[in-house]
Design a protein around this ligand. Structure first.
Ligand SMILES: Nc1ncnc2c1ncn2[C@@H]1O[C@H](COP(=O)(O)OP(=O)(O)OP(=O)(O)O)[C@@H](O)[C@H]1O
Ligand SMILES: [Mg+2]
Length: 280
């Protein structure tokens, strides 16, 4: 059925069962990096630098009588950091969710370039989109994605274990990322025992540990003070574009947008402006 196309991946896109843990960025403090760890070949391959990794065409989405997206075209290139801005209700989160396969658009399509070929994200069924999210994407949201009953280490390791990694290897890789993000010594704290900025570092570690080529962040600094916000953005950019990966970030903060390579502005579900950010 066209509504339920098969998942276009044989095995996983990395072709080796469990996802390979990614190496923390070299600019960060050295952590216990697993010997076998390697970023997926396509994540930082210079041959692919600047190639389109995500392309949305004619995206529309309505909720009842509310038009959230009214025809959005957007291309995101490998290694870019794209800030999506706009007033409350302009469709930013809806756009992010359509790009990331969380929500299916009513019209238009979203294509993702992977090592195994192009995937039409918007045509996948829920199981296919769930798998794509697990294997290709990392998520850093304002709140709510970390599991409060788990420790920092467990929250990060679970991202690898969901993909089939054994617990010791997953925890080893998770510890490397937590260390690299300045959380050494806090591995065994539960999320409620961390500050907001520390919890966001855990979220960044979890989004990066699988080596996902694209990270989606929705107001990742929305609950933080300006100094902590700048630190978290440094870490988020270092972990993504700093290693050749791609970041799409929804934000109300011009300071965050100024750190990105491109800014896209939405109004009433349409792109009304697009310009280079301060990082380019
Ligand atoms: N699940 C939903 N059910 C009904 N309406 C929704 C739903 N999600 C979003 N909307 C509506 O779609 C429009 C766009 O919402 P969206 O969350 O994308 O805005 P936003 O730009 O992210 O806003 P904010 O800055 O406040 O987070 C809004 O009018 C919102 O009320
Ligand atoms: Mg939103």
């Amino acid at each position: 059925m066209s509504q339920h196309p098969p998942v276009p991946f044989a095995g996983t896109v990395r072709g080796a069962g469990a996802p390979a843990p990614a190496v923390p960025p070299s600019s960060a403090a050295p952590g216990p990096v697993p010997a076998a760890a390697a970023a997926p070949a396509h994540a930082a391959d210079p041959a692919h630098a600047g190639a389109a990794v995500l392309a949305a065409r004619g995206l529309t989405k309505t909720y009842g009588t509310t038009t959230a997206l009214a025809g959005v075209d957007l291309t995101v290139r490998r290694g870019e950091s794209v800030a999506i801005m706009g007033a409350s209700g302009s469709g930013k989160t809806t756009l992010l969710h359509c790009l990331a396969g969380i929500v299916r658009p009513d019209g238009g399509d979203v294509r993702l370039a992977t090592a195994a070929g192009d995937v039409v994200v918007s045509a996948l069924n829920e199981a296919g989109r769930s798998r794509l999210r697990r294997e290709q994407f990392g998520f850093v949201f304002q709140e709510g994605l970390l599991l409060p009953e788990l420790t920092a280490l467990e929250n990060v390791a679970v991202a690898l274990m969901l993909g089939g990694a054994a617990r010791p290897a997953a925890e080893h890789a998770a510890a490397g990322w937590l260390h690299a993000l300045g959380l050494a010594g806090m591995e065994h704290r539960r999320i409620g025992q961390l500050s907001g900025g520390q919890a966001q570092r855990v979220a960044i570690a979890r989004a990066q540990v699988t080596g996902a080529p694209v990270t989606f962040a929705d107001e990742p600094t929305g609950a933080l003070d300006s100094a902590t916000s700048a630190e978290v953005m440094d870490l988020l950019l270092g972990a993504t574009t700093g290693t050749g990966r791609t970041l799409v970030v929804v934000t109300h903060d011009e300071g965050v947008a100024a750190r990105c390579t491109r800014v896209v502005r939405l109004r009433d579900g349409r792109v009304v402006a697009e310009h280079a950010g301060g990082a380019r």
